[in-house]
Design a protein around this ligand. Sequence first.
Ligand SMILES: C[S@@+](CC[C@H](N)C(=O)[O-])C[C@H]1O[C@@H](n2cnc3c(N)ncnc32)[C@H](O)[C@@H]1O
Length: 412
Amino acid sequence: MRGLLFCNVRRVVVLALPQQQAAMLRRSREARWRKTRVSGFVAAEQQSAPASSPPSLKRRHEGDPEEFRSPPKRLDTGEGHSQKVATHYNALQECGLVERSRSRILHMRNFNNWMKSALIGEIVEKVKRERRDVTVLDLGCGKGGDLLKWRKGHISKLVCADIADISVDQCRQRYDDMRRRSHPNERIFSAEFVTADCSRELLSDKLKDPDLRFDICSCQFVYHYSFESHSQADMMLKNACERLRPGGFFIGTTPDAYELVRRLEESDANSFGNEVYRVTFLKKGDYPLFGCQYDFNLEGVVDVPEFLVYFPLFVEMAKKYNMRLVYKKTFHEFFEEKIKDEQNRALLQRMQGLEQYPADGRDRLASDSPGEYEHAERRARTSGVRLPLGTLSKSEWEATSIYLMFVFEKMS
Ligand SMILES: C[S@@+](CC[C@H](N)C(=O)[O-])C[C@H]1O[C@@H](n2cnc3c(N)ncnc32)[C@H](O)[C@@H]1O
């Protein structure tokens, strides 16, 4: 485990665990992996066929990303992966506040949501320095978990696209409710909703105005589904970047392939995980550039297949659309940076993105398992540390620290 979070209301401490060791391990694995991959890149560029083998939440502040909701029963429809993804997300139930507040991973969900808020806030602010009216594409919008973030950013127009038609309907419904309940003086962005497999269909063919230009494309917890094949990953990228204005941004979150492979190779089996998540690969030691499938199991229920996104390849592919990588940061790096800001800290607290340790009299910790809060216990015993602390259980942190954030900019 490479780092655990502590946040005191006034002071934030990020305790880095054996970072140096992890960095060394990572470098050596990256080098090994890169060696086998660079040669595979050309071949993979040419093949377009899919590689088939391969504590009580009191208020709602932000949306709730679907990937951290309780998924439905295991799906085995025998359909292609895109269809499986749509069926899976369509079947996800909107769960109420009470049910959500009972979730073992409530704080991790809130934490991830806060991470997205911080990223979206940063980029909207950047664009607003240059432009008054901001147009956004939410690629893989789900049920509209980020609508409130766009509202907070005072954007002008939002296009929401997703493969799952029921999710798109629920997103539209959520938007309509938001508009209806808003103050008459508040100018809420206009919105358009599109159902499309964005890894196989051209989005601009489905837009009301095919010449519409975007300032931001946000792709949160989505892009990895398209890495099933080169043609799908390229189409998703095209949809994300083709209609961006020069100086516009393509932002998102996706699992960090290095981290996944590192954990897999450290494990004795084809899988790794803990009491909240499990990742299972089809095989070990062979990581094709596309179609490198794994199952991500959260809270004990199998999810739809996902695919490794080899980041250097992603960066290369983005150049075709005149995109330059601004940064790629692990969740840990991004958190460390964003938590320095007073407003972000206050937002994290309001969103209950960290769990209070020790729990106050009315609440229990998210887990009773031994070792889940050892890091917090140790920290709490350190002299001069003010209690309570804010943290995540060890298992939640291991699950969330799989992800990374990226920002690309469109060149002129
Ligand atoms: C983990 S959810 C994230 C939803 C939302 N972005 C959020 O952060 O709350 C992944 C979403 O990606 C969508 N998705 C997956 N593959 C897609 C594709 N090929 N085209 C469009 N949407 C896709 C799914 O339907 C699902 O809504």
